[in-house]
Structure formats: structure tokens, C-alpha cells
Design a protein. Structure first.
Length: 98
């Protein structure tokens, strides 16, 4: 699925079938449902799930918890000037290319 195709699914009522839990979490986050996004990220023990989990805690403002999840994902903490939107896009693009 391309990034544009992924974005087009946000108009639907449910994530498209076959998405990884990490992408499902990003899908829910794009629809402004942090709780469902967090649940999906928690259900993904992979590095991708940890990366999304880190992003979600950064978005929440819990930087200590986010740091823990960035480390679990093997990812550096993002630069302070990286917007949440830019990080979301970077994660989604990498996972979709994956």
C-alpha cells in the first residue's frame, strides 16, 4: 500500500484489513483516537510497534516514557524541532515501504 492509499483509508470506519498493529496504531492516531492507537501499539512487540508507542507517548507529552520506547525500538529520540506530524509521516512511510 502506498502512503497516499494509506491516507485515503482514513475516511473509512475501520482500518483496512491486513495492516500491521503498528500501522493500525498510526491509522487510529490519524483519526484522533489516541486510546485505540495506544492499544494497537501495546499489542505489537516488534521494533515498529515500539517506535509507534514512543511517538504516541511523545504526542501525549510523556517524554520519559517515550524515551523508554524509543530505546526499545532502537531509534534515537527525535530532534526537538521535528514536529509530531513530520514524525508520524516518517514512521508511516518507512513502515509502508517495509
Amino acid at each position: 500500500m502506498s502512503f497516499a492509499e494509506f491516507q485515503a483509508t482514513f475516511a473509512g470506519q475501520a482500518p483496512p484489513p491486513g495492516l500491521s498493529p503498528a500501522l493500525t496504531a498510526l491509522w487510529h492516531d490519524a483519526r484522533e483516537d489516541w486510546k485505540k492507537a495506544h492499544q494497537a501499539a501495546q499489542n505489537d512487540a516488534s521494533p515498529a510497534g515500539a517506535w509507534v508507542h514512543a511517538y504516541l507517548h511523545r504526542k501525549e507529552g510523556d517524554l520519559g516514557n517515550a524515551g523508554y520506547w524509543y530505546a526499545r525500538a532502537g531509534r534515537p529520540k527525535p530532534a526537538k524541532d521535528l514536529t509530531l506530524e513530520a514524525e508520524w509521516t516518517a514512521i508511516a512511510r518507512e513502515l509502508l515501504a517495509g
